[in-house]
Design a protein around this ligand. Sequence first.
Ligand code: ATR
Length: 271
Amino acid sequence: TDRYAVVGNPIAHSLSPRIHAAFATQTGEDIHYEKLLAEKDGFAEFARQFFASGGRGLNVTVPFKLDACEFADALTDRARAAGAVNTLARQQDGSILGDNTDGAGLVADIRDNLGWPLRDKKILLLGAGGAARGALLPLLAENPQQVHIANRTAHKAEKLAAEFSAHGQLTAGGLEDFPGSFDLIINASSASLSDEMPPLPTEIVGPQCNAYDMVYGAEPTPFMRWARSLNAQVADGLGMLVGQAAESFFLWRGVRPNVGPVLEMLRKRSF
Ligand code: ATR
């Protein structure tokens, strides 16, 4: 049995063990996956011990994604672009590969589970932190007409747009001034975590708009309630969580699990 784990601080409420157990059952892969707590300043030591004792792969969550990026011996292109690692994998030669599956999980959820179109669409990305950064390359790879990054602190959005300008049509600004309305609004800010939402003008919600919040919980977030009140279709980030897990599972095992039934299982429970 190959050993895997998710590491974070806090970690008690992580759904990842349930998700990976369901993937393992579904695909017949013989894995053991647990959740482990690491000290806030002790990630590198934790990871060294985990892999030295035979561990095969780690998922990494708050607050260790930057530590994991430093810990990895090599990075995938998407991990380097994201500047953060949520998946570590021990390679044949014993070296540790760092990947970031969050953006791919987001895009897979939007495109495949929700069936929301991305190609030629006008996309608004809210936030300019780690979550927004990780979403940029996978979103641009879907050939949208435009991605506008809007952030409370405008210069952070502008800096992010400049950094990724070679990869697609990117604009940026603050929360006061938007270039028209959008087909898809993705909330990659952490406002929902504190039950807040960025102050947004209603005009940015286009006709047939879709609104996605990367945060999930038992109740719709303030952003989701706002968007729904303006007749947008809304979704929370639970599908992104399952999507990033599926990408990690694929990296580790070479088998792509079916996310639909696992997402359905999680939706049926309250957590
Ligand atoms: P994450 O890793 O989740 O992206 P982060 O890197 O700390 O977290 O970034 C948080 C993002 O959410 C930032 O873009 C932040 O805006 P600022 O750059 O202006 O700080 C945004 N954010 C957090 N709380 C917010 C709020 N209440 N309203 C609007 N934006 C908020």
